[in-house]
Design a protein around this ligand. Structure first.
Ligand SMILES: Cc1cc2nc3c(=O)[nH]c(=O)nc-3n(C[C@H](O)[C@H](O)[C@H](O)COP(=O)(O)O)c2cc1C
Length: 197
């Protein structure tokens, strides 16, 4: 029997299909697929995703997200539950993640099941951010937020892929050190091996 393929969900939160965040997400997806992972990207900006309504419907169900909102995020929640790895990919907007990513992260509320625990438990999470400023012009806050979500949801934050001081996607695409980081992180995540540099 062939081994089960590792499932990776990429939550893509940039409105720009060929922007800076897309450069990193494309690298990651190609590298992870090449190593045998099954990668699924959700293009949040194009999807209808409302913020959480705080109706607490989801708290009646222990084993499934069961969000009462009938929008495009239902399919994302199902994929998140099946995934071993989740990538949160967003540009830094106003010292936070983008608006569509913020709405998506609200909806992680469905994955937290009070005394029954968390549907995120044991999953690996990668933060992937790009910014015009340096690492402390909002990206630090994005990383901290995702780490807090992981702590609360008992997921493991495995690392950050950060494109700081971005000027344009072409320039970012030439950063070989960053590309190498993507290769190394996907090797650890998908095949459990560390590349020797
Ligand atoms: C609305 C908006 C807000 C931004 N706010 C920040 C910010 O707070 N800190 C920062 O370093 N860069 C900020 N930037 C720059 C973006 O993070 C940067 O250009 C990013 O790489 C864009 O990603 P994209 O090409 O995938 O769209 C902002 C850009 C926009 C459009």
């Amino acid at each position: 029997m062939s081994p089960k393929r590792s499932r990776v969900v990429v939550l893509f939160g940039s409105p720009r299909q060929k922007g800076n965040t897309a450069v990193l997400a494309d690298w990651f997806e190609k590298a992870a697929s090449k190593k045998g992972a099954k990668v699924q990207r959700f293009d949040l900006y194009k999807m209808k995703v409302q913020g959480c309504a705080h109706c607490d419907h989801c708290k009646q169900f222990k084993k499934t997200p069961s969000c009462a909102l009938q929008d495009d995020f239902g399919q994302v929640l199902s994929a998140l539950v099946r995934a071993q790895t989740i990538v949160v990919a967003s540009p830094v907007y106003c010292w936070s993640v983008s608006g569509c990513m913020s709405a998506a992260l609200d909806r992680f509320y469905c994955l937290f099941k009070r005394s029954a625990g968390s549907l995120l438990k044991g999953k690996k999470v990668v933060g992937m951010f790009t910014s015009g400023g340096d690492a402390f012009d909002g990206m630090d806050l994005c990383v901290d937020m995702i780490k807090r979500i992981c702590d609360y949801g008992k997921a493991e934050y495995v690392g950050t892929l950060s494109g700081i001081n971005c000027t344009n996607p072409k320039e970012l695409g030439q950063r070989q050190e960053l590309k190498k980081e993507v290769e190394e992180l996907t090797a650890i995540l998908i095949t459990g091996t560390h590349l020797i540099s």
